[in-house]
Unconditional design. Structure first.
Length: 122
């Protein structure tokens, strides 16, 4: 999505630059207040689009960095899980930890037979 946005901004910037060049060439032939105003508008548009393009490029770099960091963490987690899966004691400890986490997440849910509220109601 960010790349598509950046491509669209780049195309719009190219078009404005082309229009500005055409206006400059025309101005050189026939000075006109209207064309001078149009040229100023185009220059303002170009400056605005360049700023937007720069922001989009920075955002795209940030997204790529975040993606890379997330993939690194997933790979590290996968290595740890593979190590755990290959060791019976570690697998037993991991299963216990997961059960405690699930209990923590569902704590307070009356439908959870492990929750204190369920035990008291039963």
């Amino acid at each position: 999505e960010c790349q598509h946005y950046l491509a669209r901004i780049s195309e719009e910037l190219k078009e404005k630059e082309r229009q500005a060049e055409n206006a400059i060439n025309y101005l050189l032939d026939k000075p006109s207040k209207l064309l001078e105003a149009r040229l100023q508008t185009l220059e303002d548009d170009i400056a605005r689009l360049k700023a937007i393009q720069e922001q989009a490029e920075h955002r795209l770099e940030a997204v790529h960095y975040e993606k890379s960091t997330a993939l690194d963490k997933v790979e590290e987690l996968q290595r740890v899980l593979e190590d755990i899966a290959n060791d019976d004691d570690s697998r037993h400890k991991a299963n216990g930890l997961l059960r405690r986490l699930i209990d923590t997440i569902t704590l307070g849910s009356i439908s959870n037979p492990r929750s204190k509220e369920f035990m008291e109601v039963s």
